[in-house]
Design a protein around this ligand. Sequence first.
Ligand code: C5P
Length: 229
Amino acid sequence: MHEAHAVPVICLDGPSGSGKGTVGRMLARRLGWHFLDSGALYRLVAVAARQAGIDLGAADELAGLAYALDVAFSGDEQGRERIELAGRDVTAAVRAETTGADASRVAAYPAVREALLARQQASRQAPGLIADGRDMGTVVFPDAPLKIFLIASAEERARRRHKQLMEHGIDASIPSLIKEIEGRDRQDRERRIAPLKPAPDALTIDSTGRLPEHLCEEIIALGRDRKLC
Ligand code: C5P
């Protein structure tokens, strides 16, 4: 086995708003592991394209941008995330709902996915990685020893998205978020490449009505059973 693959990965896949980000960050903090927000990478490709005036239909140019993304993830003293693209703070643009829809479009291009693959796999660093996305368990880390597929009702996902957006100072209505989320999930599920679906060996957990702390405990217990943490 390759040395790097001794590093454990816990994959958290699922539709938007299913709790992956919150639970994943909490897990990474609790375990002292790294965290990969793969969705942010697709969002960054969309933001970089907008900045560079590249059309979202130009797959090869988008893939070029994806290879070259100069991105830095950090957090401020309050624990708020900060995302920089070539040294510029683009956090609000990355988290905007329209960027989510654009990300879903660019994510359907095989060349863009291929361009981001090595970058994602390189985040598998000791002592471990929590990988958040749509295809972590199916494509990026197929050998991961623990794969979770998180789901939640559309209403709850829209409520969570609303709260997140408000925290970023972005306004949105719940009914429009439900529509947007359902449309994006459909697009993610129905695309030909790396569609949103559980890996055959993934465990599905419904996060509706459950606290992130409890989900975190449940996943850590699964990790302990597998002697990962
Ligand atoms: O998770 P997030 O909402 O930030 O993801 C934005 C979009 O990026 C998703 O709707 C999906 O189309 C795409 N994505 C993906 N594969 C991933 C993560 C995100 O295709 N691993």
